[in-house]
Design a binder for this molecule. Structure first.
Ligand code: C2O
Ligand code: CU
Ligand code: CU
Length: 418
């Protein structure tokens, strides 16, 4: 904490080694450590500042995915941090509670930098979110899910030669292979982040239990939704609350959903409940008091076509071209038409609500405030987007497919908030 109340954080991106498998040393990258980075937790209204130190020996960036902030602080492809340099962004947290995250965004290198281990969770609290289980590591558990491919000598294979990019056959949760969690509370909030390059997960529990979805990418739902399955594509987050009885055991698993990027079944986390559980009151039926995003009747509508060549509107990313100009603080409808394979769509400095997918209600799990959405093969998805309030004529923001190989290959465009 600095004298004016700013919460200051130092993050150092550095190479290291990690023992994912006993006795096997894997070269990895991490932030303040050898794999992944610390969870940052702040409250709405906090002033934050960072020193991001690049000790990687090559250029990178650090992007705050899901954050509403001045474009110059966004950490996208234009805010490069050269080897040995320090980048010092700062802003005031001004958005509803959410589970956001941070990761590099160097154009052409994002997939590699994230895959090697550069990512972390960034939690924003507010009065509404504190009514849910919030005791970090006890009844509020982050779960960063990533798939990896290992070479025979235990190194991270970067062979990403599928149409979607990297699809690994081993799963790490919070950087741990074959993880196990003992829960000690009768209601546990899990914050799930799909931090994978291309794989999507269709989450459920092996005993078929239901649970409550309480938040999506960009904030709490208005009311919880009871589910048995939900899907997260790369970059998406969700918060769920799961009830446990003493000594119960279950496994969090990913099931094929029919989408190519969910193919396969993976055990993600074994969970065992303690013989005595600390009680907490059932979660309230009214979570967020923030109105769902509605656009005015005369809202601007923009069209985006995803092509077979992994382009957006027949263009590949150009760092020196502005594709759209959006008035800051406005709400618009964006329509995304997927003529290509499977993709998703993420917008910087924005939150949105999924209006419909192929003219039908989105799945229940896709309710609420989001910043990334899966776009199935052949689908048209309409979203109501609320843009950030900061203007900047010099620093564009990005919208892109969050399958990182697609993004690196140019499935990304730039917009200005004016
Ligand atoms: Cu998670 Cu433009 O990124
Ligand atoms: Cu982002
Ligand atoms: Cu894509």
């Amino acid at each position: 904490i600095e004298s004016d109340g700013t919460k200051h954080f130092s993050l150092t991106m550095e190479p290291g080694t990690t023992e994912f498998f006993p006795g096997e040393i894997t070269d990895t990258w991490g932030i303040n450590g050898s794999y992944l980075g610390p969870t940052i937790r702040v409250s709405r209204g906090d002033k934050v500042s960072f020193d991001v130190v690049n000790k990687l020996g090559e250029t990178s960036t650090l992007h705050w995915h899901g954050m509403m902030l001045p474009p110059a602080m966004d950490g996208g492809p234009h805010q490069m941090i050269e080897a040995g340099e320090t980048w010092s962004p700062h802003w005031t947290i001004d958005q509803p509670s959410a589970t956001t995250w941070y990761h590099p965004h160097l154009h052409g290198k994002t997939a590699q930098h994230v895959y090697r281990g550069l990512a972390g969770m960034f939690i924003i609290d507010d009065e509404d979110s504190k009514k849910l289980p919030s005791n970090y590591g006890v009844d509020d558990i982050p779960l960063i899910v990533q798939d990896k491919l290992f070479t025979s000598d235990g190194q991270l294979s970067e062979d990403d030669d599928t149409p979607y990019g990297m699809l690994g056959d081993e799963i790490l949760v919070n950087g741990t292979y074959d993880p196990f969690l003992k829960v000690t509370a009768s209601q546990v909030r899990f914050r799930l982040l799909n931090g994978s390059n291309a794989r999507a997960y269709n989450f459920g529990f092996t005993d078929g239990r239901s649970f409550q979805l309480v938040a999506n990418d960009a904030g709490l739902l208005n009311e919880p939704v009871t589910l048995e399955r939900f899907m997260l594509s790369p970059g998406e987050r969700a918060e769920i609350v799961v009830a446990f009885e003493p000594e119960e055991e279950t496994i969090l698993r990913s099931y094929s959903s029919g989408a190519g990027i969910t193919n396969g079944e993976f055990d993600l986390l074994k969970i065992v409940a303690d013989s005595e559980l600390t009680g907490s009151s059932p979660i309230s039926k009214q979570l967020s008091s923030i109105e769902p995003i509605e656009v005015p009747a005369d809202a601007k509508v923009r069209q985006f076509k995803l092509t077979m060549e992994n382009e957006i509107n027949d263009k590949l990313m150009d760092m020196y071209r502005i594709d759209e100009v959006v008035p800051a603080g406005t709400k618009e409808i964006w329509e995304i038409h997927n003529f290509g394979s499977e993709h998703n769509f993420h917008i910087h400095d924005a939150a949105f609500r999924v209006l419909d997918i192929n003219d039908k209600e989105p799945p229940e799990y896709a309710r609420g405030r989001k910043d990334t959405v899966f776009i199935p093969h052949g689908a048209s998805v309409r979203i109501a987007v609320e843009f950030g309030n900061y203007t900047d004529l010099n620093y564009p923001l990005m919208y892109h497919c969050h399958l990182l190989k697609h993004e690196d290959e140019g499935m990304m465009d730039q917009f200005l908030l004016v």
